[in-house]
Ligand binder design. Structure first.
Ligand code: 3HC
Ligand code: NAI
Length: 707
């Protein structure tokens, strides 16, 4: 007989002496209020029923429990709170067993840790990933995990947010046993009966001194992690709080430590970092929800062709090989194809050398690679990605060839960074099959994939591109056609703001330091040195003829490039790199060039604080972001956010530029832009969308909701 729960998301049924409690809250059994209430009621039912000798908690569907319901954070709390639920489970007078299949994450793992015994099935994924959301395990996880796993392993699990599998969980002491099969009910009931047969007692984790028994050793482990975290946290708040909670596990009685943990959790919940990181979590899932992918099914694809085996072609090839796809690479001549193959081999050789790939796995992977100089060899390819020189005529020639040889229905994609994809599509007789797939360098590593949608492409080709992104484990963002699409178009504008700042008085080193202080791994001038100053220089020369003569143009970077200083690869750029050093040193000669340029333009340099630098840098980014949204180049503000989080090193805890602007308050951002416009009205033209939102008292997020 099934007893009704307050909501059907938790059901309980007696199976002999075992009360089977099933959490059934699709898609991932998140611990929303109804689930928490249901679990409380189930435990109460177990206590009340003399026939129940043990309790088994399982998840229905594909997961055990993937954690607290993230959508509830920031809203008024609904009782019971998860810590109370976990306490009730642990305090149950009958043995409670958790049988884990799929994800047991965050609060889901905390529920399992509150049970007295844990069983894991193949495919189980256990973790405490709260840190990735700016939080910490707030339902006893910081107290119970160290008791079971030891301070080092538990704290590392919490600081990294990584998931571990069933075997690793058993080895770490996080679970007591493994089971075969895929049915948590059958495995869990068998395990519960076995426990009953051997009169296994109630065993609260809180009462186990466990691996905290050797206090001095535990403290030494924590001290080492504390020192590492102080260096690596890079402005993040919750890692330091996690350390404090584990310290409390060593110093305080369990109940007091739980209260301490709760207080730290609430502090994290209130932090803007939590808001930024949770925005990033949902935004990364929303980006794939685009009209074309909803309207059309993807075309099937099992083989890929890549045209061009340079930096990008090789990286794209590796990405596709890694996803298990066969790839044929086309190059201009035998020497180029040998170079292309060597690029691909080099990536795998490095993995083998580092012990991250077995030589046999490398052989099996590269066996799916074919190099060719004959377009006829890709006549059967389902999807072709062009990555030849960034030159419209070269690209058009390639697409005419593709049109000639490729089978009907093949998807024809270009990796162009800036060129007009409508024009490339028009070079073929099948523009409905032509799309932009803008990968980022290195293409086998970088997560962002801009899916650039030209006017005439058909919806199923767009859907196929999103499917490819999923297959390649990329984060896809839909972009419209314009110069630079979403990312590079906005980058060009805030890079100019940085150039203006440099000419007006901030040194490139001060600007980079301010940008790093904001949370970026590198500043814009460090990035230029890393990518090679010559690349931007070539683009600037190409665009010189079409540049608005009235627009401000800073020539400092050109002066540096004219000296052959292209950054790391030439040993100097904005920074000096003595003997191939990867971290640059400030260069007095660069500062002299900057001074000379200021003098030539009659600029009297003034000082900028890091805060003033960032106000301008961010205002430029947000203003252009608003224009990109208004023009439909980005579907929603969140698409801009994800572009910058996944492709441009934007600090994740700030949620992305548009989320950052919302958190600042759009009136403030607009006021800044209007203030800067007094100096340079041409550059600082406020986006109409920004003005409208401010006038309506709305924020960017309101557009995410309605799109
Ligand atoms: N709360 C609410 N919704 C959630 C959720 C959660 N904890 N986890 C996943 N979802 C939603 C996703 O938003 C998505 O919704 P959508 O279909 O409407 O876009 C859906 O569930 C499926 O998620 P994915 O697309 O991510 O599915 P995958 O199969 O790729 O991944 C997963 C599944 C590994 C569980 C992944 O979703 C995940 O990592 N979830 C977050 C887990 C997490 O961080 N848990 C900790 C929460 S904080 C906490 O527990 C605090 C506690 O200590 C007090
Ligand atoms: P690259 O110069 O390293 O490689 C280009 C390759 O194309 C060369 O190996 C060349 O031999 C080959 N090629 C040229 N014409 C060809 C033809 N007709 N048929 C077959 N192969 C031909 O250039 P890179 O950097 O790989 O860029 C390629 C494309 O990717 C460009 O459109 C670029 O804008 C874009 N891109 C580049 C990024 C980067 O960071 N390098 C990032 C994102 C996109």
């Amino acid at each position: 007989m099934t007893h009704p729960a307050p909501a059907s998301v938790v059901q309980w049924t007696p199976h002999g002496g075992v009360l089977l409690v099933t959490v059934d809250n699709p898609p991932v059994n998140a611990l929303g209020a109804a689930v928490r209430q249901g679990l409380m009621a189930a435990i109460a039912a177990a206590e009340a029923d003399a026939g129940v000798e043990a309790v088994l908690i399982v998840g229905a569907g594909r997961a055990f429990i993937a954690g607290a319901d993230i959508r509830e954070f920031g809203k008024p709390p609904v009782p019971p709170a998860l810590p109370e639920v976990c306490q009730a489970i642990e305090a149950c007078s009958k043995p409670v067993v958790a049988a884990i299949h799929g994800a047991a994450l965050g609060g889901g793992l905390e529920v399992a840790l509150s049970a007295h015994y844990r069983l894991a099935l193949p495919g189980a994924q256990l973790g405490l990933p709260e840190v990735l959301l700016g939080l910490l395990p707030g339902s006893g996880g910081t107290q119970r995990a160290p008791r079971l796993m030891g301070v080092k392993a538990a704290t590392e699990l919490m600081l990294s947010g990584k998931h571990i599998n069933a075997q690793a969980a058993l080895a770490a002491g996080l679970v007591d046993a493994l089971a075969e099969g895929s049915d948590p009910v059958a495995a869990g009931l068998a395990y519960a009966r076995e426990l009953l047969a051997r009169h296994a007692p109630v065993r609260p984790t809180s009462a186990l001194p466990g691996r905290l028994a050797d206090k001095a050793a535990a403290q030494a482990e924590l001290d080492a992690l504390k020192a590492e975290t102080a260096k690596s946290a890079r402005g993040l708040f919750s890692p330091l709080k996690i350390i404090d909670c584990v310290q409390a596990a060593l110093d305080l009685p369990f109940d007091e430590a739980l209260r301490f943990e709760r207080a730290q959790f609430m502090a994290c919940l209130d932090s803007p970092q939590r808001a930024g990181l949770i925005h990033a979590f949902f935004a990364e899932r929303e980006v794939a929800k685009v009209p074309e992918a909803k309207a059309a099914a993807p075309r099937p694809f099992t083989s890929i062709a890549v045209i061009g085996g340079g930096t990008m072609g090789a990286g794209i090839t590796v990405s596709a090989l890694d996803a298990g796809l066969p790839v044929t690479m086309i190059e201009r001549d035998e020497a180029s194809i040998a170079r292309g193959r060597a690029h691909v081999e080099k990536v795998y050789d490095a993995l083998v050398a580092k012990g991250r790939m077995a030589p046999e796995a490398k052989a099996a992977t590269t066996a799916r690679y074919t190099g060719s100089t004959h377009y006829e060899d890709i006549a059967g390819a389902d999807l072709v990605i062009e990555a030849v020189f960034e030159d419209i005529e070269v690209k058009k020639t390639v697409f005419r060839e593709l049109d000639r040889v490729c089978k009907p229905g093949a998807v024809l994609a270009t990796n162009t960074s800036y060129l007009d994809i409508d024009a490339i599509a028009a070079a073929t007789a099948r523009p409905e099959d032509v799309i932009g797939l803008h990968f980022f360098s290195p293409a086998n590593i970088m997560k962002l994939l801009e899916i650039v949608v030209p006017a005439r492409v058909s919806a199923d080709v767009v859907a196929t591109a999103f499917e490819l992104a999923k297959r390649l484990k990329k984060v896809p963002v839909r972009a419209g056609v314009c110069d630079g699409f979403i990312g590079n178009r906005i980058l060009a504008v805030y890079k100019q703001a940085a150039d203006h700042l440099m000419e007006d008085g901030a040194s490139p080193y001060e600007i980079d330091a301010a940008v790093r202080g904001f949370g970026y791994p590198m500043g814009p001038f460090q990035v230029t040195d890393l990518a090679g100053g010559d690349i931007g220089w070539a683009t600037r020369k190409r665009r010189a003829a079409t540049r608005d003569p009235k627009a401000r143009y800073v020539e400092i970077a050109d002066r540096i490039c004219e000296r052959g200083w292209f950054g790391q690869k030439t040993g100097r750029g904005f920074y000096l790199y003595p003997e191939g050093a990867r971290v640059g040193q400030p260069d007095p000669e660069v500062l002299a060039i900057v001074d000379a340029e200021r003098a030539r333009k009659g600029v009297v340099p003034r000082a900028f604080s890091a805060d003033e630098i960032m106000r301008r840098y961010m205002a430029a980014m947000v203003n252009e972001g608003a224009k990109v949204v208004a023009e439909g180049i980005a579907l929603r503000p969140l698409d801009v956010d994800v572009t910058f989080l996944s492709g441009y090193g934007f600090p994740r805890f700030r949620g992305g530029p548009m989320k950052w602007a919302d958190m600042q308050g759009l009136p403030q951002v607009l006021a800044d832009i209007r203030e800067f416009a007094q100096e340079d009205p041409l550059f600082w033209q406020p986006a109409t969308l920004l003005e409208q939102l401010v006038a309506q008292g709305r924020n960017f997020d309101s557009l995410n909701q309605t799109a």
